[in-house]
Design a protein around this ligand. Structure first.
Ligand SMILES: C[S@@+](CC[C@H](N)C(=O)[O-])C[C@H]1O[C@@H](n2cnc3c(N)ncnc32)[C@H](O)[C@@H]1O
Length: 203
């Protein structure tokens, strides 16, 4: 897994672009800056954008190559972020210490997904926000016709709205939708996609 992502990020291009995800931007733009945790932040397009708004950002990811590109992007935008290399399972943060968590295309496998989501919620303050966008199980139809539609090929790693409702049932769910959208994110998220969008607040 790490080898796959390091290889992908080793190329010069930002494979999901340098601009933030549209749904992330819409949500983070409306929140007062505080402490933000960005698991699986890849090349840092979202974490770095949040830092430009004044958020104190802690990103992490499995990939050293992702870290290098995220730190380069932060330098380009004249901001600082903390970017740790590691997995949800081996990184620890102070309980209830973040004001928001952003999970973007963080397709954790089904055997760990629920446990990882639960672990991450422990780092969120009461009143804090979780924002998530990921490919839905219906995305398979777009993957069949478009090689740049993106997303994991194994259907059990794609998400279902019911899984998100269950994983995040301790949150006050503000939004949980499955939508067809047009992605224009770098080389690998291009064209029609079926995504799940979620916003929840910790009670
Ligand atoms: C599709 S990329 C998305 C990157 C970024 N969130 C974005 O939207 O641009 C998925 C990322 O998940 C990371 N990842 C997968 N499993 C992980 C884990 N257990 N802990 C941390 N990162 C993980 C990968 O290294 C990869 O960077």
């Amino acid at each position: 897994m790490k080898a796959f992502w390091d290889e992908r990020y080793r190329q010069r291009d930002y494979v999901y672009g340098e601009a933030p995800n549209v749904f992330f931007k819409k949500n983070i733009d409306g929140l007062p800056p505080g402490k933000l945790l960005m698991p699986a932040d890849g090349e840092g397009r979202n974490g770095v954008y949040a830092a430009t708004l004044g958020w104190e950002v802690t990103s992490f990811d499995l990939s050293d190559e992702g870290q290098k590109k995220a730190l380069a992007l932060a330098e380009k935008r004249s901001v600082q972020i903390t970017y740790l290399v590691g997995s949800v399972s081996d990184l620890d943060f102070e309980a209830s210490s973040f004001d928001a968590i952003g999970l973007f295309y963080a397709h954790f496998p089904p055997e760990t997904r629920r446990e990882y989501h639960h672990r991450l919620l422990g780092f969120l303050k009461k009143g804090g926000t979780v924002m998530l966008e990921a490919f839905s199980k219906d995305h398979v139809a777009f993957q069949k016709t478009n090689p740049t539609a993106g997303g994991p090929k194994a259907p059990n790693i794609l998400f279902a709205p019911e899984e998100m409702a269950d994983d995040f049932k301790e949150l006050d769910i503000q939004l949980l939708t499955q939508e067809e959208v047009e992605l224009d994110e770098g080389l690998f998220h291009r064209g029609k996609a079926s995504v799940i969008r979620f916003v929840g607040i910790k009670k």
